[in-house]
Design a binder for this molecule. Structure first.
Ligand code: OSB
Ligand code: MG
Length: 372
């Protein structure tokens, strides 16, 4: 397959409710979409970078620059036998910037699967027809509102509730949640808000019977995560820290956690995600698929990846209506009465882009042409 054409489009989608994590709040997402022509068939994916550098150093602006000036010009006109070759190729072009790379790499996977008439899930080696969904709830200033919100999501059928926590905003909330919902499968995600001085405090979260504690410390702090895991019974789960397969090997060897959250958009795409999946499987660690408040396009990619065998915990692949009034794909993702999201079986990502709606919310479209 040859990379004939790359187009970047930006769309604006308003969240149904603001989403607050320890480092900032999101009301509306501007999402960068990449579509790539592979000689007659087009693949599509989205970039998970946010508007502000609060989850990672990448933003939609840095991603756009790196794609337009470095990655796309290198890719255009190239021929690949398999989408797995794209990641290593892009790693030779630029260091880091894995969210920018992932948008292109995942679009190639999607187009490749579509062109062969197989689902993206099948192309990736997925085995499940549906995947269990959890829901991630942002920081609420009002505990009663949070309790009400949790109740509604539990009633909807979500299989696990994830609460965002931050320094000084944890114990009181967990006490209230456990008093009301003693047995709901619960996780917490600190998005790197804590530090060395919080080791004892965090180890004390054992008493809440959490399924796992996600990314308490900064991205680079593998050693600190290992120290916490040593003194904590609850599984520590890494998100931000796992930026690549190599980093994952290090984390496993250090004992920096016992669970990994894989987000293809964070690690450079599906190829590195498959590697991380297999590294963890080999080490006996379960993984699950995280989310970045994606549109239905990114969700389709995540759901396909979540169908892999070692994805053994509920995923942050909630239904479209948890995020958006109207999603950009048809049909939108839905939760069944078992708390599962069906893995699409049609070619490529298996859902159709609603091009009319997409044009209505599009704020930019740029065609990147090969260097003359
Ligand atoms: O840390 O998992 C995270 C959203 C934005 C940035 C980081 C994270 C999240 C979520 C939302 O938790 C997961 C979802 O898309 O449902
Ligand atoms: Mg997280």
């Amino acid at each position: 397959m040859r990379i004939d054409r790359i187009r970047l489009r930006a769309i604006e989608l308003r969240l149904r409710e603001p989403f607050r994590i320890s480092s900032g709040v999101t009301h509306q997402r501007t999402i960068l979409l990449a579509d790539i022509d592979l000689g007659g068939v087009t693949g599509i994916a989205e970039c998970v970078a946010g508007e502000a550098p609060n989850y990672s150093y990448e933003t939609i602006d840095t991603a756009r620059i790196v794609i337009e000036r470095h990655l796309a010009p290198a890719l255009l006109g190239r021929t690949f036998e398999h989408p797995g070759e794209v990641g290593p190729f892009l790693d030779q072009v630029a260091r880091g910037h894995r969210m920018a790379k992932a948008a292109l790499e995942m679009a190639v996977w999607e187009g490749w699967a579509r062109g062969r008439g197989v689902s993206l899930a099948e192309a990736l080696g997925g085995k499940k027809s549906a995947v269990p969904a959890g829901v991630s709830i942002g920081i609420h200033p009002d505990t009663d509102a949070l309790l009400e919100r949790i109740g509604r999501f539990v009633d909807t059928g979500y299989r696990r509730i994830k609460l965002k926590i931050s320094r000084g905003h944890d114990i009181r909330i967990l006490e209230a949640v456990r008093a009301r919902y003693p047995r709901v499968p619960l996780t917490v995600d600190a998005n790197a808000d804590y530090g060395q001085e919080d080791l004892d405090h965090l180890a004390g979260l054992d008493r809440f019977g959490l399924v796992l504690v996600e990314q308490p410390f900064p991205e680079d702090a593998l050693l600190l995560h290992a120290r916490l895991q040593e003194r904590m019974e609850t599984d520590v789960c890494l998100d931000e820290s796992i930026t690549s397969p190599d980093r994952c090997r290090e984390a496993v060897e250090l004992g920096a956690g016992r669970v990994v959250n894989i987000k293809p958009g964070r690690v450079g795409g599906h190829g590195p995600s498959l590697e991380i999946h297999d590294i963890c499987a080999g080490a006996g660690l379960p993984v699950w698929c995280g989310g970045m408040l994606e549109s239905g396009i990114g969700r389709a990619h995540n759901v396909a990846l979540a169908s892999l065998p070692n994805m053994r915990l509920p995923n942050d692949t909630s239904a479209s209506d948890r995020y958006w009034e109207r999603d950009v794909v048809v049909p939108p993702f839905q939760l069944d009465d078992q708390g599962m999201v069906a893995v699409p079986t049609g070619p490529g990502m298996g859902v159709e882009v609603d091009e009319d709606y997409l044009r209505a919310i599009q704020v930019d479209s740029t065609e990147i042409s090969p260097a003359a």
